[in-house]
Design a protein around this ligand. Structure first.
Ligand code: FMN
Length: 393
């Protein structure tokens, strides 16, 4: 006798597929992760050769059997920001956000991390030798990990993919009405990726947002007046759609300043050129740009601040921090919220300490962002053709 016809639940995408196919899907999602200046500094390798697998198995204390897959994550120094000492931490946070999105996408297809370890010397200027080389000279090893198939999806790959596509930086105005406290509470709640080493705080009162806006107006101009930092930032501005396509990284100019006529764009292009900027800063252009940003902050309903309990975070802390940024941002995107990070006060110790003292924050602040419901939409920022690639070593 035939039973009632119950349609079978569609199988979770990725479950039961070969690891190369699972990895291809996961890197496609992870490549959408945020990075400072959209520099996309991550570099991923799958360790396949005998020497590479053996070296990784020894390093991680895992069996060198056919069921274990080994991955290594590095920072590509050719795509890393270097103008400020604080960029070392920012590159680690960016690579860690990518790693978190990658691991979530793998776990959503039934592959779980069983062991992982940091390589503290990695990062800008660090050790570029990875287990079982040879490796690209410009790669600095950050992380190695072993994974095994679990056969169960840790979360919905479809939902994760949708959140990764919805997530983006929006530098435009946000609705000024308050955000629901329950939503902010859910965003701030500790996740396994955060742990006790990381605290998340929202500034929602006019007074607290004012404290930040005041310091931003006073010190934020350094983004433009610091010659090396501005030269580097400026090199990531893409002035034409052709430049966006050719580079596949950086900031399309309309994402920084909104839509502009050809004449306005030309004026901005002249004003922002580093030699011109140097002169304009003498007349207070840097302070006027920082003042504009501070005014936007005052109109924003919430700011999120993340800080490490530890004053001098190591690589493992940075990885927890980047994971927290990724989780927070994906959750916010699923709830229709946008973020606009404002890193300048985090990058310079003196204003960072002032901000921490005024807000009573201990440890080290590592991320500040506007959070809200955006009023305008922007197309997604570009990704380079290699952003979703990996090497087999
Ligand atoms: C650690 C970190 C710091 C960032 N700091 C800033 C910032 O100070 N100002 C800004 O406009 N965007 C900042 N961003 C956002 C990046 O510019 C953005 O992720 C990148 O351009 C890619 O765009 P998307 O997020 O829309 O994919 C930061 C992102 C990360 C991960």
């Amino acid at each position: 006798m035939n039973g009632p016809l119950i349609p079978a639940a569609p199988p979770s995408p990725g479950l039961g597929e070969s690891f190369p196919e699972v990895l291809r899907r996961a890197t496609g999602i992870a490549a959408l992760s945020p990075s400072s200046h959209n520099c996309q500094p991550w570099a991923l390798a799958r360790l396949e050769s005998r020497p590479a697998r053996r070296a990784a198995a020894d390093l991680l204390g895992c069996p060198d059997d056919g069921a274990t897959v080994y991955l290594a994550l590095a920072a590509d120094r050719r795509r890393s920001l270097t103008a400020l000492p604080a960029h070392t931490l920012e590159m680690r946070l960016s690579c860690a956000a990518y790693w978190r999105m990658l691991c979530r996408a793998l776990a959503a297809q039934g592959w779980a991390l069983v062991r992982e370890r940091p390589h503290e010397a990695g990062g800008a200027g660090g050790d570029s030798r990875l287990p079982g080389g040879p490796w690209p000279r410009d790669w600095s090893l950050l992380w190695t990990a072993a994974l095994r198939r679990t056969g169960e999806a840790a979360e919905s790959l479809t939902a994760l993919d949708a959140a990764a596509r919805a997530r983006r930086t929006n530098r435009g105005p946000y609705d000024d009405g308050p955000l629901a406290p329950e939503l902010l509470g859910a965003l701030a709640r500790r996740t396994p990726a955060g742990g006790p080493a990381i605290a998340v705080r929202h500034l929602t009162s006019i007074h607290e947002r004012g404290v930040f806006a005041e310091l931003l107006a006073r010190h934020g101009g350094i983004d433009f007046s610091h010659p090396a930092a501005w030269r580097e930032t400026h090199s990531y501005i893409r002035w034409t759609p052709a430049a966006v396509r050719a580079h596949g990284d950086g900031f399309p100019v309309a994402q920084l300043f909104g839509p502009m006529s050809a004449r306005q764009r030309l004026a901005k292009r002249i004003a922002l050129a580093p030699p011109v900027m140097k002169v304009l800063c003498r007349f207070g252009y840097d302070r006027s740009l920082a003042g504009g940003l501070a005014a936007e902050v005052r109109r924003t309903p919430a700011l999120v601040l993340m800080h490490f309990a530890d004053d001098s975070p190591g690589l493992a802390d940075a990885f927890r921090g980047g994971a927290r940024i990724a989780d927070y941002w994906l959750h916010a995107a699923s709830a229709g919220l946008a973020l606009h990070p404002l890193s300048v006060l985090v990058q310079h110790d003196a204003p960072r300490r002032m901000l921490q003292a005024q807000l009573g924050l201990s440890g080290r602040l590592f991320f500040i962002s506007r959070v809200g419901r955006p009023r305008t939409a922007f197309p997604p920022a570009p990704r380079s053709p290699g952003a979703a690639d990996h090497r087999t070593v």
